[in-house]
Structure formats: C-alpha cells, structure tokens
Design a protein around this ligand. Structure first.
Ligand SMILES: Cc1cc2nc3c(=O)[nH]c(=O)nc-3n(C[C@H](O)[C@H](O)[C@H](O)COP(=O)(O)OP(=O)(O)OC[C@H]3O[C@@H](n4cnc5c(N)ncnc54)[C@H](O)[C@@H]3O)c2cc1C
Length: 417
C-alpha cells in the first residue's frame, strides 16, 4: 500500500488527490492534509500543494487585516470588499463622489488578472447603480505596460489581425473611462492615501476612498527537516518560500531565459518522492523582464500560475506517482511545462445575463518560446482574445462546472480544468 500525503487541497492539490484516488483505487492511502491540523504522517510520496501565502506584510499596512485597502484573495476578503463597495454606492446615490483604486500592492506582485477583473466588475456595478459618473476609477500596477499580466505581455489574434495585449487593455480602459498608472510599486498605505515609487525612481501619492490591491505572494513558510532532524529548509525551498523542483535555477540574464529553464515533472531534485504543484513550486525566474528603479526597487511582475496550469501540473504529478507506485516507471515521464502548455482565461468585465461581458483570452504557451515561435514567442493560431456577452456566459457556465468538479461529482475527471 502506498501512502501519499498531499499538503493543501484547494486547486492543484485537489486535482492531484482526485486523480490519484481515481487511478489507484482502494488499497492506497491518498490523504489531503487540511490547514490548521497538526499530525505526524508517514508517507511514501509527498505533494506540496499549499499555494501562496498572501504576504500583506510586504507593504505596510496593506490589506483588510489592519490596513486600509481591501482584497479579493479569500472569500471573506471578497465579502468584506463588497460590503465597502456597497457603502460607497449608497453614498454616491446621495450625490457624493468616490475615488476607486485597484491593482497591485507591491513592486513584485503577480495575479494582475484578478485585480483587472475586479476593476471592471466595479465599473459595471457602478453603471448598474447609475452612479458611474460620480466615480474616478484608477488602475495601478507594477506592469511595464498594460496587458503584461506577468507573462511578459502577449500578442493576440483578434478579429483576424494581430494586436498587442497593451492595445487590447488600453482600449478597454479608454472605452470605460478608467485611468491607469503602470510601472508603480506601492510601498506604503495610510488611511485614504497610498504611496508609490515609479520605475523612473520618483515617489508619488494617490488618494482613494476605496482600494483593492493584490498582495505579493510568497511560499506558505513550510520548514523541512531530514531524518536526523537537521533543518534542510534552505536546500528544499527557494528564499521566497516556494519549493525547488526540476527547474534550472542558475541565475541568467533575460536574453538567456528559455522555456527549458521551466520545470517539467515538479519532482524535487534531492527527494525523488517529493513534488510541488500549482503555486507552491519555485519558478526559475520571472516571465516579464526584471525592471529596477534607480533606487534599486524591483518594479516588475513575478510569474502567474493560474488555475489551468496548476490543474495540469497536478494531473501530471498524479500520473507519475500512479505509475511509480505501480512500478511501471522508475522516473517521472508525464510532463506539464509552462513552456509547453497553453492557458485560457475568462476575465469578467461585468456580470449580467443580457448586458454582461467578459474578456476571453488564450495563450500558447504560457512562457514565451522564441525558439519555436521567433516572432511573438507564441503560436498565434492558439493565442487569441475577444470580449463580449458570450464570454460572460462562458464564465457563468465555468463557475458551475468548476464547483461540480471540485466536489468530485460523477464524471468530474472529463470536465475541463
Ligand atoms: C482573487 C483571485 C482570482 C483568481 N482568478 C482566477 C481565474 O479567474 N482563473 C484562473 O485560472 N486562476 C485564477 N486565480 C488563480 C488561482 O486561484 C490559482 O492559480 C490556484 O488557486 C492555484 O492553485 P494551488 O492549488 O496552487 O493553490 P490554492 O488553490 O491556493 O490551494 C492551496 C491550499 O493549500 C492550503 N494550505 C496552505 N498552507 C497549508 C499547510 N501548511 N497545510 C495544509 N494546507 C495548507 C490552503 O489553505 C489552500 O486550501 C485567481 C487567484 C486569485 C487570488
């Protein structure tokens, strides 16, 4: 009997556990370990699927717990942010003005897509409430250009021609009357005011009535010890707390970055029975070019690891563990490199059955591959974007599909990730 412990069981951990249970059947122990419980567990295989630590402490005083900005990174945070938004709408209905600032709360944030989506949801909610003309909406982010999304930007096929993500994102902002500030590292929050540095090394302030800023991510702070009890944390984890896997971590200049740097099997180099999936693995380097201000502040996104790649990684790791357990293979053979896989993203830009819209984008591959696709780094027949009502319906359907899948209901494994 194989004992497989899975730390963390939301997205990639859930996928890994689901497939292992399905494929290995009874007689093996597949155990997701929920947070908040302490237990000594013997394992034959260990999968780290603990996702990110929401590192609000990286910017004083960011976030809803003690700070003055909101978050949508947990259900509780999102509910709290919505209550504040509704309060703003009530005040605006009485004739008051409100300033909304949404984006990233640190120079090295990722997950711009989630903030981008939230900004458009606010815009839509204000329009539906009939108070949009009393609102100033501003996007603030660490991206070099709009539409970078931590993927080094993207060119997309749209309506039969190729356009840059920058033009796509800027058009959306102009169309909805939203201001934007890019190349910005938010470094301090005070009540109603944020401080930020821009890539040219200058410092600025921005006042707000409502703000939602994504925090920087780090590993969740796991410690590792060998059998003799020696602390081996620094061997197993990168300094940012993410787990080192089969990536090429040798520091390289931007011009030498390659898809081959990215992990394929997510096996840790030292412990062949330990894997890290989803956000928990340490990327070899960013995807967007690293930018430093004259003051030495890094103001550029770290790499995103969205749902689709996280689930694909979980599935590949599950397949490897299955075949290792069954003795069919000696080394992992199933791969899920972000340099070889695509991702789809449907970002809501307003939720309404008839008037809603969503921006639908696919990229292939996630990490640009200039060896195979020298012009844009991506396969332009598989990298496209569109915005419209059909996108909203797709997002709505996917919401229920993912909930169904997460509950491992009949047929879950054939549904898309
Ligand atoms: C606001 C927001 C919106 C997003 N929207 C999208 C989207 O529209 N599309 C998309 O593709 N992606 C989206 N993402 C990204 C997506 O959520 C992540 O890619 C995905 O959740 C990563 O999966 P994961 O399994 O690595 O981590 P998670 O889903 O975060 O799961 C990690 C789990 O580990 C648990 N854990 C942590 N520490 C421990 C511990 N010590 N022991 C045991 N368990 C532990 C956590 O509680 C959690 O349940 C969004 C992210 C955010 C924050």
């Amino acid at each position: 009997m194989a004992r497989i412990a899975i730390l963390g069981a939301r997205l990639s951990g859930h996928t890994t556990a689901g497939y292992l249970s399905l494929w290995l059947g009874k007689g093996h122990q597949v155990r997701p370990q929920p947070p908040g419980e302490t237990e000594d567990v013997d394992y034959d295989f260990l999968v780290n699927a603990t996702g990110p630590k929401l590192n609000f402490g990286g910017t004083p005083v960011l976030g809803p717990e003690g700070g003055d900005t909101g978050s949508v990174c947990t259900p509780e945070h999102a509910l709290e942010a919505n209550a504040q938004l509704q309060e703003c709408i009530r005040a605006m209905k009485k004739g008051e003005r409100r300033r909304f600032v949404v984006g990233t709360g640190h120079g090295m944030c990722t997950c711009q897509g989630a903030a981008f989506e939230y900004l458009y949801n606010i815009d839509h909610a204000l329009r539906q409430a009939g108070v949009r003309d009393q609102a100033d909406l501003t996007w603030i982010s660490n991206e070099f250009e709009l539409g970078d999304f931590g993927m080094g930007g993207v060119h997309i096929t749209r309506g039969g021609y190729i356009t840059s993500g920058k033009v796509f994102a800027e058009s959306l902002m102009v169309e909805r009357g939203i201001n934007w500030i890019t190349r910005a590292a938010v470094n301090k929050i005070e009540p109603g005011k944020m401080h930020y540095e821009t890539l040219d090394g200058t410092y600025h302030e921005l006042e707000f009535d409502f703000s939602m800023l994504i925090p920087p991510f780090a590993g969740v702070g796991l410690k590792a010890f060998d059998k003799a009890g020696a602390d081996i944390t620094s061997e197993v984890f990168a300094p940012n707390g993410f787990m080192k896997v089969d990536a090429d971590y040798k520091p390289k200049p931007y011009d030498e970055w390659s898809k081959h740097d990215w992990p394929r099997t997510y096996q840790t180099p030292k412990y062949k029975n330990v894997f890290a999936v989803g956000i928990a693995f340490a990327p070899p380097h960013p995807i967007s070019k690293v930018m430093l201000s004259p003051n030495g502040t890094q103001i550029s996104p770290t790499p995103p690891r969205t749902g689709m790649p996280s689930a694909a990684i979980g599935k590949a790791v599950a397949a490897n563990i299955r075949d290792l357990v069954k003795g069919k293979i000696k080394e992992p053979i199933y791969t899920a490199s972000m340099g070889e896989m695509g991702a789809a993203c449907v970002a809501s830009t307003g939720s309404d059955i008839f008037k809603g819209t969503a921006a639908t984008m696919t990229v292939f591959p996630v990490v640009p591959d200039y060896e195979t696709y020298p012009e844009y780094g991506r396969d332009m027949s598989l990298t496209f974007g569109e915005i419209g009502l059909a996108g909203h319906w797709m997002k709505w359907i996917l919401h229920y599909v993912f909930m169904y899948q997460a509950k491992l209901r009949p047929g879950w494994s054939v549904l898309p990730d």
